[in-house]
Design a protein around this ligand. Structure first.
Ligand code: HEC
Length: 105
């Protein structure tokens, strides 16, 4: 009895840890508003120009980009897009939001 009870508690603690560490698309949406929307727009399609290059329509490119590539684009920049100052945890949250909104993954 006692052992079964303890196991139940342990798995609940593990579940909580997992939830706490899982990427959070709600936090990611906030990051998107702060770091991406100024060029890509709230809907991903604004196409604001940087040095004569239009910001890519995120709705069309997201499905084809894998996690590692997306994280590198965000953290290191890509072509005319400047690197964004987001750490790994914030980038994971952001990508969770991008997947929900624009697909892929
Ligand atoms: C200062 C404006 C600006 C900001 C801020 C910005 N981008 Fe971009 N982004 C661009 C431009 C311009 C391009 C096109 C780059 C090119 O083709 O040379 C681009 C391209 C991209 C691409 C396609 C890149 C590729 O290699 O296919 C993705 C994905 C992307 N941006 C995601 C994001 C995300 C996510 C954020 C927020 C963390 C963000 N961008 C913030 C301007 C911006």
């Amino acid at each position: 009895m006692c052992r079964v009870g303890a196991g139940g508690v342990r798995s609940r603690v593990l579940l909580l840890l997992l939830l706490a560490c899982a990427p959070d698309p709600v936090a990611g949406e906030e990051r998107y508003g702060l770091f991406c929307a100024s060029c890509h727009g709230a809907d991903g399609a604004a196409g604001v120009q940087v040095n004569g290059v239009a910001a890519t329509d995120l709705r069309s490119v997201l499905p084809a980009l894998d996690e590692a590539t997306l994280a590198a684009i965000v953290q290191e920049g890509s072509g005319a897009m400047p690197a964004q100052r987001l750490d790994d945890a914030d980038t994971a949250d952001l990508i969770a939001y991008l997947r929900e909104r624009f697909g892929g993954g």
